[in-house]
Ligand binder design. Structure first.
Ligand code: PEP
Ligand code: MN
Length: 359
């Protein structure tokens, strides 16, 4: 796909920078709110104003968006500030209304991406349009479903395609509202290096204090831009209040971000990078050897348990192992979420080994 180039050309035509910064409230609330925030954002790095008009809410009864009325507010904000506009469309009717009202960029919400039927309908309504369409990942961590949605738009001759990584839903309690599962956008970039990818740190975080960190990770992973929920009075926002930041915070975040070049170029850079990469390769080899050693011991334990007719899973022992690892990991700067994941995987594999020797 030549999408990245085409979107780049489109962005160039509008003199938009890299990284592309899309900012604005989760929801359009009132005309004054939309126009006011647009004026506050127009002199920041943000070149596109976002605002949800039709809001997908998990439970009914929450604010479901102002509907088509809000399109006029976006139009006014655009006229007064020169910012481009972006909104979520979730049906062919939304597409029709948004295009009629001159919305520049359409995005597809995570709850729509999960449904091939909905995506097909929206894609057909978008047939042949030049406006960029940004497809958010589905709420479940499924790369094929995400790519499938992108393909449906591509097949409908929508060329200015991009994706938005907004994290994945999980039942587990983590520091994120939607876990990033970075490997999925990394795999996506490996498969489609030309597909522009935008980070949505707001919906990954669900809180303000880790937005900056997420943006830095995104830039380090070659993301092309970010979409950040921004409100002049975040605490009183009508939706997603906890994760929205003020325009001032946005300015500060952009100032503090290190925008790295995709490729370094100089000999010294190549040398330093290669050296570090070899160190990583060596360390990875050691990790594999140690894991193999550990599984060898698990085999022996499995044998002892089988000989004595003792069940394999010993919950107390497993909890003790995990807690010790979390505490030791914490001492050397490894997060408890990470240790939890790694140790759960190691424990699963140990149990499989013990099963096999006990058969
Ligand atoms: C949003 O961008 O406000 C939104 C509803 O996002 P998502 O589809 O990622 O939940
Ligand atoms: Mn939101």
């Amino acid at each position: 796909m030549e999408n990245k180039k085409e979107l780049r050309n489109w962005l160039d035509a509008y003199k938009l920078d890299h990284p592309l910064v899309i900012a604005g409230p989760c929801s359009a609330e009132t005309e004054d709110q939309v126009v006011k925030i647009a004026h506050q954002l127009k002199d920041t790095d943000a070149t596109v104003l976002r605002a949800g008009i039709w809001k997908p809410r998990t439970r009914p009864g929450n604010f479901e968006g102002v509907g088509a009325l809000g399109l006029k507010w976006l139009q006014r904000a655009k006229e007064e500030t020169g910012m481009l506009t972006a909104t979520e469309v979730a049906s062919p009717h939304h597409v029709e209304l948004a295009l009629e009202a001159g919305v520049d960029i359409l995005w597809i919400g995570a709850r729509s991406t999960v449904s091939p039927f909905i995506i097909q309908d929206i894609a057909e309504a978008c047939k042949g349009i030049d406006n960029p369409v940004l497809v958010k990942n589905p709420i479940n961590p499924d790369l094929s479903l995400w790519l499938g949605a992108v393909e449906r738009f591509y097949t409908c001759d929508v060329k200015n395609l991009g994706v938005i990584h907004r994290g994945f839903s999980t039942y587990e309690k983590t520091k994120y509202r939607n876990i990033p599962e970075w490997q999925i956008p990394i795999d996506l970039q490996a498969k489609f290096p030309d597909l522009p990818i935008i980070l949505d740190p707001s919906h990954i975080a669900g809180r303000r204090d880790i937005i900056q960190d997420l943006c830095q990770t995104g830039l380090d992973l070659n993301f092309d831009g970010m979409i950040i929920e921004t409100h002049y009075d975040p605490d009183n926002a009508w939706s997603d209040a906890k994760q929205q930041i003020t325009p001032d915070t946005l300015v500060q975040i952009m100032k503090d971000l290190r925008v790295r070049k995709e490729k370094g170029g100089t000999a010294a850079y190549e040398h330093a990078l290669n050296e570090l990469r070899s160190k990583i390769d060596i360390t990875d080899e050691l990790i594999i050897q140690q894991l193999a050693k550990r599984m060898g011991i698990a085999d022996e334990i499995g044998k002892v348990k089988a000989d004595n007719n003792v069940q394999i899973l010993q919950n107390d022992r497993w909890n003790a192992i995990k807690n010790k690892a979390i505490s030791e990991g914490g001492n050397v700067g490894l997060s408890s979420e990470f240790i939890d994941k790694v140790y759960s995987a190691i424990h699963d594999e140990s149990i499989n080994h013990q099963h096999n020797v006990g058969k």
